[in-house]
Design a protein around this ligand. Structure first.
Ligand code: PLP
Length: 423
């Protein structure tokens, strides 16, 4: 809060497309999709219309003993998008809760099979899975974790496949295989005590947009099969088209045992999260004994308005052939950003689907420490909403940018970067 003495809060009044407008008449391009949730622009007419209709039909009803059309349609559509490999959905409202659900369901499913010793989880260095006490226990981002460390249940943290760790001449695949080797050693020693491995497939976002080879995801899948451990794919940030396919796991050609979605699934409109899982895991809970059933009671589970926003979002993917259109959109922005690749103050320029990132190289430790705040303030002056993670600058724009928007964004980014790195 004290930082806001120097960078006052921006009071947002309204949004339209990629733009946010404040009460003082300024506008900002939302180049990070308001923390990665907004896929098709603010105040999207198609999502608005769907919500207006649903509002006059059913705002909410409990999902215990009842069901309703939006939640059924959404579950069926999502299941079909995985070719029914993940044919069951469990709903909550925020991403961290989806992670809690996946962790609990994994543990409880093994328990129902009599494997009560499988109680531990494995997560990656730099991984982020939310900030409730359970999710924070499998999160490795010190600023979020350190203060609460005494509250957290211990879990195994293994090497990240972050491609930036490549030695000169080494490929991203080689880095991935080294990380796999460490995981294999752990599973060889302890898999009888391990319930699940949780990963963010392809891009570890909150940890600093660390990207890795899809080979890693394939190899983790194989290890989990070999050692009888569940794989949880946290696609809360990387799902919904962000990496270039609807699900990031599709790029590796695998399905996990649990797949978590949130953020973009409602188009950035309403809190909604869900965990998708396989039929055999569903079956492991199917019993008339309540103690074998999966319990995670949540008042707003399957909220019809949030599900309607999600259905309208999926309809746009289909109607506008978004996955295909985004390939062109991504190529345009990558082209517009080409000067950053060779910039002497830029390290590790990288891109995956609709995510771009690079690390600013700043020698002065004080300037480096204040980089993110100075960057945010300078970006606002130039009509951009951008919030670097430490010294990592990234773009995660909504899927609505035109070629002219991309040019404009790249030019403004260059201006801001010069201002902040040559003060
Ligand atoms: C944002 C995020 C979460 C947490 O979602 P919330 O809705 O903020 O609780 C979990 N995992 C990943 C990968 C995320 O990016």
């Amino acid at each position: 809060m004290q930082h806001h003495e120097t960078t006052p809060l921006v009071a947002v009044h309204r949004g339209s497309g990629a733009w946010l407008f404040d009460h003082d008449g300024h506008q900002y391009m939302d180049a990070i999709s308001s923390w990665w949730v907004n896929l098709f622009g603010h105040a999207n007419p198609r999502i608005n219309d769907a919500l207006k209709q649903q509002l006059d039909t059913l705002e909410h009803a409990m999902l215990a003993g009842f069901t309703h059309e939006p939640v059924v349609r959404l579950s069926e559509q999502l299941a079909a998008m995985t070719d029914h490999a993940l044919g069951h959905c469990f709903y909550a409202s925020d991403g961290a809760s989806a992670v809690e659900i996946a962790l609990k369901m994994s543990f409880h499913s093994w328990r129902n099979h009599g494997l009560t010793q499988k109680q531990a989880f494995v997560y990656l260095k730099g991984g982020y899975h939310g900030e409730t006490v359970g999710a924070l226990g499998v999160t490795d981002v010190p600023i979020f974790r350190d203060a609460y460390a005494p509250l957290l249940r211990s879990a195994h943290c293994v090497r990240s496949p972050d491609a930036r760790m490549a030695e000169p001449g080494e490929s991203a695949d080689q880095v991935a295989l080294q990380a796999i080797e460490e995981l294999r050693q752990l599973l060889m020693a302890r898999s009888h005590l391990i319930s699940a491995v949780i990963i963010e497939p392809l891009v570890q976002c909150a940890g600093g947009m660390a990207m890795h080879s899809p080979l890693y995801v394939r190899e983790v899948r194989q290890l989990c099969n070999d050692f009888q451990v569940h794989l949880i794919a946290d696609e809360i940030a990387v799902g919904c088209g962000r990496t270039g396919e609807f699900f990031a796991c599709q790029q590796a050609g695998i399905w996990p045992d649990f797949l978590c979605l949130s953020k973009g699934i409602s188009g950035g409109y309403l809190p909604l999260s869900l965990v998708m899982t396989r039929d055999d895991i569903y079956q492991s809970f199917y019993s008339d004994k309540l103690s074998r059933g999966f319990l995670h009671s949540h008042s707003y589970t399957g909220n019809p308005l949030a599900c309607t926003a999600a259905l309208a979002t999926l309809a746009i993917f289909e109607e506008d052939d978004v996955i295909v259109q985004n390939k062109q959109r991504a190529a345009q922005l990558t082209q517009a950003l080409s000067s950053f690749k060779q910039h002497d103050k830029v390290r590790h320029f990288r891109q995956q689907g609709m995510i771009w990132a690079f690390d600013a190289h700043i020698e002065d430790p004080e300037l480096a420490a204040s980089f993110s705040r100075r960057f945010f303030a300078s970006a606002l002056k130039h009509e951009l909403l951008l919030r670097p993670i430490g010294q990592t600058v990234y773009l995660m724009p909504p899927y609505v940018l035109t070629e002219a928007d991309s040019q404009w964004l790249a030019q403004r980014l260059a201006t801001v970067f010069e201002e902040v790195t040559s003060p």
